[in-house]
Design a protein around this ligand. Structure first.
Ligand code: MTE
Length: 296
């Protein structure tokens, strides 16, 4: 829990920065500043990426396609009174505040993360297994997929207000129910032991470590349980380049580049990309009998 002393220090830090406007948003997330979680023992002995690199090398198109600009533009992102609406094929619709969300026991999970653009990182996320929230939502037998939606707010997201937005908004992603229920699938509220920064998808985002990073949708406001496979944002944009499954697969090239190698943030040399991003043992059974070239 946050202590008065920690709060005081945090306030002074912001004062020193002269970032008066940021104070209210920093205080609103003060509950998140000191996250209580069980630590990951890093049994896979993964080399954690540098925090500065990992939190600042971002893709958040609602702000900008330029990584540096996206970080700069995200700084005043207001997540006050954030709500997540759960609806669709569940017993009854639910609206959860971040206070409600933070009642789930939080865990640190150190995961590999592989972007479709061929860079990669290893991040210590803080969050909880999505299946815990799904269990709470009590989906009916009609629920076959889970659809996630990012906030739509033209006042906060410059690209949503643009005449020619880069992609169709709001950003949408989806998972098959068994993928959503997999224990590796995380709803993250923090990284590097702290609350998520705005550029990384505050206050809550998805993390699916065996899939390309674009599946890990940021700043979620809606989770729907649906019968049909939802159309995800990137699938709509270029279906031949970005499939619904988007499982990391070194053998299936993107039409414009190979996916066989990746460059970890901060590294000079590339390294081979692993099937399912190194989570083959854990997840390959989800795709037994499926043609992974067709279902890319
Ligand atoms: N979610 C939203 N709403 N908007 C985005 O532009 N980019 C995706 C994903 N989630 C994106 C998003 C992509 S392409 C990647 S690689 C990851 O977020 C990047 O996460 P990071 O910026 O925290 O590294």
């Amino acid at each position: 829990m946050i202590t008065p002393e920690a709060l005081y220090k945090k306030r002074r830090e912001f004062m020193k920065l002269g970032a008066g406007a940021l104070i209210s948003s920093s205080l609103l997330s003060s509950k998140l500043l000191a996250l209580n979680f069980t630590s990951d023992t890093n049994t896979k002995k993964l080399k954690i990426s540098d925090e500065e690199l990992a939190t600042n090398y971002v893709n958040f198109y609602e702000f900008s396609t330029n990584k540096k600009r996206a970080v700069a533009l995200a700084q005043n992102f207001n997540t006050q009174n954030w709500k997540i609406e759960l609806s669709g094929e569940i017993e009854k619709p639910l609206s959860l505040s971040m206070e409600d969300i933070l009642k789930f026991p939080l865990e640190e999970k150190i995961y590999r993360f592989r972007c479709v653009e061929t860079w990669s990182m290893v991040v210590p996320w803080v969050g909880f297994e999505l299946r815990r929230l799904i269990d709470m939502a009590k989906p009916t037998s009609e629920a076959k997929f889970v659809k996630f939606t990012t906030l739509l707010d033209k006042k906060q997201f410059p690209d949503q207000a643009s005449f020619f937005p880069v992609v169709e908004y709001p950003y949408v992603e989806g998972l098959r129910m068994d993928e959503a229920m997999h224990p590796l699938t995380l709803l993250a509220v923090g990284m590097y032991k702290k609350a998520l920064k705005p550029q990384n998808g505050a206050p809550i985002r998805l993390v699916v470590p065996w899939k390309y990073g674009f599946k890990s949708i940021k700043s979620i406001v809606k989770i729907e349980f649906v019968k049909e496979q939802p159309k995800s944002t990137w699938e709509k944009y270029a279906p031949n380049e970005y499939g619904f499954y988007a499982n990391v697969n070194p053998e299936v090239a993107h039409p414009r580049w190979s996916q066989a190698h990746e460059r970890a943030l901060g590294d000079f040399f590339t390294q081979p990309t692993l099937m399912f991003n190194g989570y083959e043992k854990e997840v390959s059974s989800l795709y037994a009998g499926m043609d992974l070239r067709k279902n890319y």
